[in-house]
Design a protein around this ligand. Structure first.
Ligand SMILES: Nc1cc2c(nn1)-c1ccccc1CC2
Length: 290
């Protein structure tokens, strides 16, 4: 893979830090020639046999995946620079902060607002899954608002993303404890369904502000996940619709094959607006008659 031999510093002015990730720090930056703002993700390379820094193969995988996807709800890659100690990804700037912060400020969201975010998350994940790519680290911290007053979101941080092909058997202890699916905890094969479980956790948090499987320590959290121990506590869910709970229940399914897929979620009555359902019925009716 060829990279720019030109230096990053020659082309960009670096600004304040706006985030961080696996062995990475993300800073706002400005393209000197055009004034356009981007997010520069500085990924430290692993040197020698050390454990610090990212392996070059993982960095290249993140770059390949980012180059392969283009969707309004997924962060886009603009350029890449390779230096002695780090690789710099020049990414589309999103500056509305993490969805996580937005929920914390509002404690919990109305079902309408949660749905507006979820449809975008599902559309972004559908784009990935249609290309057999699993994000594998979906959580509110990796969902950014485009800007402070917009409801637009973008999925970020493809540092753990993997191309899932039926032959390959991906097992890895990854992701953040409270969001990982049972197959991650049990070190069984991961798949696109692994993302769907995480979407269930995100939905539960959007609607309640509480985390469904979080225990007092990691072991307890992992036990809650593999035993699927959670509840819709009246303290948080007394006003929540049965449809919303049904949407979540279809995702908290241990058997990956039976877990709702991204298209099932997009067509779930809680997500697909009523009028849209009639529209689809009308369209299919016309096709049948002809
Ligand atoms: N681990 C992270 C973390 C972040 C980002 N990417 N990876 C990011 C990407 C584009 C714009 C803004 C950010 C900040 C947070």
């Amino acid at each position: 893979m060829e990279f720019n031999q030109d230096t990053f510093e020659n082309n960009y002015d670096v600004g304040d830090e706006i985030g961080s990730g696996h062995f990475a720090v993300v800073k706002r930056c400005t393209h000197s020639a055009t004034g356009t703002q981007y997010a520069a993700k500085f990924i430290r390379k692993r040197r020698g046999g050390g454990r610090k820094g990212a392996k070059m193969e993982d960095i290249k995988k993140e770059i390949e995946i980012l180059k392969y996807i283009k969707h309004p709800n997924v962060i886009s890659l603009h350029d890449v620079y390779d230096t002695k100690n780090e690789v710099i990804l020049v990414l589309e700037l999103v500056s509305g902060g993490e969805l996580f912060e937005y929920i914390s400020e509002k404690d919990k969201l109305s079902e309408e607002e949660a749905c507006r975010f979820l449809v975008q998350i599902l559309e972004g994940v559908k784009h990935l899954h249609d290309k057999h790519i699993a994000h594998l680290d979906l959580k509110p911290e990796n969902i950014m608002l485009l800007n402070h007053n917009s409801q637009n979101i973008k999925l970020i941080d493809f540092g753990l993303a993997q191309k899932i092909d039926p032959k390959s058997d991906i097992r890895a202890m990854m992701g953040t404890a409270e969001f990982v699916a049972p197959e991650v905890v049990s070190y069984e094969p991961l798949s696109l369904a692994t993302d769907m479980w995480s979407i269930g956790v995100i939905t539960y948090i959007l609607l309640s502000g509480a985390s469904p499987f979080l225990g007092d320590n990691k072991q307890e959290t992992y036990h809650n996940i593999t035993a699927i121990i959670y509840e819709f506590d009246d303290e948080y869910f007394s006003g929540t619709s049965e449809l919303a709970k049904d949407f979540i229940q279809k995702l908290f399914v241990k058997d990956c094959r039976k877990r709702a897929k991204v298209d099932d979620c997009l067509n779930h009555p809680w997500i697909k607006p009523k009028e849209k359902q009639h529209e689809d019925v009308r369209k299919s009716a016309v096709i049948n008659i002809d």
